[in-house]
Design a protein around this ligand. Structure first.
Ligand SMILES: NC(=O)c1ccc[n+]([C@@H]2O[C@H](COP(=O)([O-])OP(=O)(O)OC[C@H]3O[C@@H](n4cnc5c(N)ncnc54)[C@H](OP(=O)(O)O)[C@@H]3O)[C@@H](O)[C@H]2O)c1
Length: 280
């Protein structure tokens, strides 16, 4: 049994990680217990607890909001992981941290491997890339896991947002026609599968470094929406539109499939989505 500190425990991924690691000596912290943007607090609290593993699922996820107010994202996604990495190094803990497909520019149609060079095109993506570098530069024992389009039951934190899946289901309650962007090819990630992937990686002895933990296969938002309605047997007219139909402050990568070339393959996003929709 390992002493594990889970930060961001009230978020969507955090809730699934809490279940997956429930048999361990697990400490569940969120904003009330630690503010990861405060280096002195992070250092003091972690050196007192002395966990063997720190899993950081805390993040600032407002992609469009970051364009006009980048400071919060830079602190939580960029500097916070660096403070955690330093604190992890001081107590010789392993740090698990999560990043995003938005660190890539989206020009590579065939998808990105773990070693491809990030080149963010939004301020949100830049904040996540800052966090990746801060982890790499400040501790030796780390797993940096990238994912995209997280779905699962909504977290219980104050600021957590609805997933695309739940947003589509909510919209379908009041509309019989929906326009959805038929661009931005990426891999949906089921939070339950990612939590299992994290546990498997921690137990694997694989080298420290970057991993891609999304479900396999890719889709545009339109294809994602179609699959949701098909699996839920919802009759709705889904219309494919181009990205410029909606004014969104942040640019999105056109292609950001996360290729998993280093660790066990994760099941397809369609299978994972079906399981989530049956259970919810
Ligand atoms: N959601 C996606 O589609 C997506 C896509 C790609 C990558 N990711 C990455 O996946 C990971 C998990 O994301 P998620 O969607 O599960 O996140 P989430 O649901 O937004 O949860 C994040 C949690 O972190 C907490 N938090 C925020 N700022 C904090 C701070 N300064 N100190 C301590 N805790 C803080 C939040 O508390 P409050 O609610 O009180 O703010 C919340 O409970 C993150 O690294 C995220 O960047 C997510």
């Amino acid at each position: 049994m390992q002493k594990i500190l889970l930060i961001g425990a009230k978020g969507m991924l955090g809730q699934y990680l809490a279940k997956t690691f429930a048999e361990d000596d697990l400490y569940l912290w969120d904003r009330d217990e630690i503010d990861i943007t405060k280096p002195e607090v992070v250092k003091a609290k972690i050196s007192e607890l002395r966990p063997q593993v720190i899993i950081n699922a805390a993040a600032y996820n407002d992609v469009d909001g970051t364009e006009t107010q980048p400071a919060a994202a830079e602190l939580v996604n960029g500097y916070g992981p660096g403070f955690l990495a330093r604190a992890a190094e001081a107590v010789e803990a392993i740090l698990v941290h999560y990043s995003s497909d938005y660190v890539f520019d989206g020009e590579k149609e065939e998808g990105y491997t773990e070693s491809d060079q990030p080149n963010p095109i939004s301020r949100y993506g830049a904040s996540k890339y800052l966090g990746e570098r801060a982890v790499r530069e400040n501790c030796q024992k780390y797993y940096l896991i990238r994912l995209s389009r997280l779905f699962g039951s909504r977290g219980i934190g104050q600021g957590v947002k609805m997933s695309f899946v739940d947003k589509m289901l909510e919209l379908a309650e009041t509309r019989n026609q929906l326009e959805v962007v038929d661009e931005e090819l990426s891999c949906p990630t089921y939070a339950r599968d990612l939590a299992e992937y994290t546990r498997a990686l921690l137990g694997s002895g694989e080298p420290w470094g970057v991993y891609h933990g999304a479900n396999s296969g890719g889709c545009t938002w339109y294809q994602f929406a179609q699959e949701i309605f098909k699996l839920k047997d919802i009759e709705i007219d889904v219309i494919p539109v181009s990205g410029d139909k909606f004014l969104r402050p942040a640019r999105r990568p056109r292609y950001s499939i996360l290729l998993n070339t280093k660790f066990i393959p994760v099941r397809s996003w369609q299978e994972a989505l079906e399981e989530y929709l049956v259970e919810s």
